[in-house]
Design a protein. Structure first.
Length: 151
C-alpha cells in the first residue's frame, strides 16, 4: 500500500483532475491512500510546523516505511526509484510519503523517517509536487511490471 500524507488542500480543479487521473491509474497496481491535513498560516514558521506535525502524526501507524519529501533528500532517476521502491516493499507492506507545508517539516517528523527523497534542488508548488509524486509512483509501477510508458 502507498500512503501519501500532504499538508494543504488542493483548490484548483485542474490539479484535482490530474490527481484523480493518477489515483485511477495506480488503482491497477496498489491500494493508494491520499490524506490531506490542514496547513497552518501563523506568522511563526515553527508554530506552523508544530501544528502541521500534530495533524500528520494522526495518520502514521507503527511499522510504516516513512519517506519524507525534502529538498535535502536523496535523488533518484526513475529506474533507480523503481528498483528502490520494489526493494522497500520486499520487507514493508506500507510506504508512507510525507509532503510538508510551505515551512517544511517539524524535526519530530524528520526523526521518524526511514529516508528522505528529493526530486530536485528546485522548489515546486505543493499542489504540483503532489502530482509529480503520483506520476513518479505510477512510473515506478510501470517500470517494475515491465510495461511501456511514455518516456
Amino acid at each position: 500500500m502507498i500512503k501519501i500524507i500532504c499538508v494543504g488542500k488542493i483548490k484548483e480543479k485542474f490539479y484535482r483532475d490530474a490527481i484523480l487521473e493518477y489515483q485511477k491509474r495506480l488503482s491497477k497496481y496498489t491500494k493508494l491512500e491520499l490524506i490531506e491535513v490542514p496547513d497552518s498560516s501563523f506568522s511563526n514558521p515553527e508554530l506552523n510546523r508544530q501544528k502541521e506535525k500534530e495533524q500528520i502524526l494522526k495518520h502514521i501507524k507503527p511499522k510504516e516505511y516513512i519517506i519524507t519529501m525534502e529538498i535535502e533528500g536523496k535523488e533518484y532517476n526513475s529506474i533507480g526509484l523503481a528498483r528502490h521502491i520494489d526493494q522497500v516493499f520486499q520487507s514493508n507492506s506500507t510506504i508512507t510519503f510525507i509532503i510538508g507545508g510551505s515551512d517544511g517539516l517539524d524535526d519530530e517528523i524528520k526523526s521518524m523517517k526511514s529516508e528522505s527523497i528529493s526530486f530536485s534542488q528546485l522548489t515546486f508548488p505543493h499542489q504540483l509536487f503532489r502530482i509529480l509524486l503520483l506520476e513518479q509512483i505510477y512510473r515506478t509501477y510501470k517500470i517494475n511490471h515491465n510495461e511501456s510508458y511514455h518516456k
